[in-house]
Design a protein around this ligand. Structure first.
Ligand code: IVH
Length: 658
């Protein structure tokens, strides 16, 4: 076998081992052997760059940095299902189906409802060409680069197991298994980053991450549950899913064809209990009429098919006794009430604290010390109190618990945020948890990324009187390593510096928008409310917060000190020369002859809109700007890689020059 043949053979073997490992959970070779084969393939591919293939198993690690996601239309709309929360409604659904089919016999397929985010995968000639999120059901985000890193999603299908349609879509759920979720949150806690509330949020945050390498590390998984296409193999949903499984997809084995309502009850009752043993989160059961012909006959309503329904499980609850409510002050001064209760077992973990969110929630619950309360996890890691456990005579006998009027740390009277349920402590400059919170936020990864300074060091420096505000970081000299780590942060771009300041309501996205619009801190500081409000995505709340922040002498002095320390308070030259960000992060190939501008002009236009003009088509290409007479080899390559082709007129519309 020559090297070129070895590449093909290794790819095929590795795809199979991936499937054995990630889908079947039954590897037939050791991890070491797998790694060795992968290494070998990598070496051979480097030697034969012309054989590069985005679907090679080596590409799973995620190699390209794609900045923003492109919104693309779904080939077929992505519908959602009607939800029910009780069995009576399931019975009614069953009856409606029976009536709709004029009494014909029918089977329903019962399956687990996976709690992640839905994805549509498009395959052509046995290869994954595109992966799109649900979006609004009509169009979604193209997350192909990220999805390619999910090991249980086959990049190339196994054609030895029955005929595979030339073109089809398969839909399913991207999930973060409990194990990966717990590991990720433990890492985030260590790094002082916000935790994900549940695996669904973690999966969705991960899939929208801009760096496929990060996605690759986070251990996402996927279950597929719906096959669509012109020539799919069978006339029944269940049978189609079995075929899909044989092509290499992870299709749940916990699906059941039911002939009667009784069989369906059995399935529901079984999984209501046993779902807790599954490695991934589920939140209900999906019931689908199995025959595709019957599905068609039943049709759909405006929003969802008449042939399917989702039955949602009741969240697990536990009863315990409320002992005390404490109040926490966060970085922006918001005060959160926390219930402290007797420890109780809930969904496998011992729980003794629950969030009460805000004063309104507390009022509604009407809590008293010693009340028997019901807590629920509803898919969140932090449990919440949903009400009182009725039937205890001693409820409401202890002292009534009210929200506080003064900051529990510094004693300043609290202010209720306008049009919001939260209360906050306005003493932002001198209230310890707010100062510490701001210091922690400043060094965090998405802000200044000063990675040698963690929460413990900050606590210690703050207690020693070394840190009063974020400018003090730049005065640290006694620890060379820390000082170096701080010094490196002066290169962090303006938009992140703005985010790092921790201005109330100014998150990452708002900071980016403001930096691009006002270009430097001086014009932002002198902007009027009207000017701020003219900015896309900046509303009253953010505008007001900015005005208040910059009105403070202390904040202005702080910004002066940070300027002296050398931080970036102006957009870089590069960012300044880009007119817009419409094409930010996109790699665009220009091909063919154009009517409105020359190729050189298009090159400049792409750069002015923040995009990059690249020479050759690869898996990383965002799209091809195609004029007349685009070369056939380019066309073929684009088709093979599933790269979108954009006409001159479409492109001009895209950048607003119709
Ligand atoms: S079928 C037209 N099956 O639940 C049928 N959906 O609103 C389309 N989901 O958006 C969906 N597990 O994200 C189907 N076994 C399953 C599912 C499932 C989870 C999600 C899916 C969909 C939502 C229903």
């Amino acid at each position: 076998m020559n090297e070129r043949e070895s590449i093909l053979s290794l790819r095929e073997q590795l795809h199979r081992h991936n499937y054995n490992y990630y889908v079947l959970n039954a590897p037939v070779i050791s991890d070491k052997e797998f790694d060795e084969m992968m290494q070998l393939l990598q070496t051979l591919e480097e030697r034969h760059p012309d054989m590069a293939d985005p679907n090679s198993p080596t590409q799973r690690v995620g190699s390209d940095l794609n900045d923003e996601f492109q919104t693309v239309p779904h080939r077929r709309p992505m519908l959602s299902l009607a939800n029910t929360y009780n069995l009576e409604e399931v019975r009614e659904f069953y009856q409606r189906v029976s009536d709709g089919l004029n009494g014909q016999t029918f089977q329903v397929c019962a399956e687990l409802k996976y709690d992640g985010l839905s994805i549509s995968l498009h395959y052509k000639q046995g290869q994954l060409v595109q992966a799109v999120t649900r979006g609004d059901g009509v169009q979604g985000d193209d997350v192909t680069a990220n999805v390619r890193t999910i090991r249980s999603i086959p990049l190339v299908l196994d054609s030895s197991r029955g005929e595979i349609p030339e073109e089809f879509e398969i839909r399913g759920e991207v999930l973060m298994p409990w194990q990966s979720f717990e590991r990720l949150n433990a890492e985030r806690q260590e790094a002082g980053e916000d935790l994900f509330a549940n695996p669904r949020n973690a999966a969705s945050g991960t899939l929208k991450n801009k760096d496929p390498k990060v996605v690759s590390r986070r251990g996402l998984d996927a279950y597929l549950y719906y096959l669509l296409g012109e020539d799919i193999p069978a006339t029944g949903h269940y049978e189609n899913m079995e075929s899909a499984r044989s092509w290499g997809f992870q299709v749940s084995r916990d699906m059941k064809l039911c002939n009667t309502l009784e069989e369906l009850w059995e399935y529901i009752n079984y999984w209501d209990v046993h779902r807790k043993e599954l490695p991934v989160a589920t939140d209900g059961i999906v019931i689908k009429v199995n025959s595709l012909a019957q599905q068609k006959a039943l049709g759909m309503t405006a929003k969802s098919p008449r042939w399917a329904i989702a039955y949602k499980f009741q969240a697990e609850q536990a009863s315990t006794i409320l002992r005390e409510v404490t109040f926490q002050v966060g970085r922006t001064g918001v005060v959160t009430p926390v219930a402290n209760m007797d420890s109780v077992l809930l969904s496998g973990t011992m729980v003794h604290r629950a969030t009460l969110h805000n004063a309104d929630v507390m009022d509604t619950l009407d809590l008293h010390i010693g009340d028997h309360v019901l807590i629920e996890k509803g898919g969140e890691i932090i449990p919440k109190i949903v009400g009182k456990d009725a039937g205890y005579y001693d409820n409401n006998m202890g002292g009534k618990i009210d929200f506080i009027n003064r900051c529990p740390v510094c004693g300043t009277p609290l202010v209720r945020a306008q049009e919001e349920a939260s209360h906050y402590c306005p003493n932002d400059l001198h209230c310890a948890p707010q100062i510490i919170g701001r210091l922690e936020h400043f060094v965090s990864r998405k802000a200044m990324n000063i990675n040698l300074v963690g929460p413990e060091l900050i606590q210690q420096y703050y207690r020693n009187g070394m840190l009063h505000d974020v400018s003090d970081f730049y005065r640290i000299t006694h620890d060379k390593k820390v000082a170096d780590s701080v010094a490196r942060s002066v290169d962090v771009p303006f938009e992140r510096v703005l985010f790092a300041l921790g201005i109330r309501f100014v998150g990452e996205i708002a900071a980016k928008t403001l930096a691009r619009k006002f270009k430097n801190i001086d014009s932002l500081m002198s902007a009027t409310a009207e000017q701020l409000l003219e900015t896309d995505g900046i509303g009253k709340v953010i505008a007001e917060s900015l005005i208040n922040y910059f009105a403070s002498e202390e904040n202005r002095a702080l910004i002066e000190r940070l300027k002296e320390a050398g931080l970036q308070f102006t957009l870089s030259e590069e960012q300044l020369s880009a007119h817009s960000t419409t094409l930010q992060g996109q790699s665009i190939v220009i091909s063919g002859v154009f009517a409105h501008h020359s190729r050189d002009e298009y090159k400049r236009i792409i750069e002015q809109h923040g995009g990059k003009n690249v020479g050759s088509i690869s898996g990383k290409t965002s799209f091809i700007l195609a004029g007349d007479n685009m070369g056939p080899s380019k066309l073929e390559k684009a088709e093979k890689l599933g790269v979108r082709i954009v006409s001159e007129d479409e492109f001009l519309a895209m950048i607003g020059q119709e």
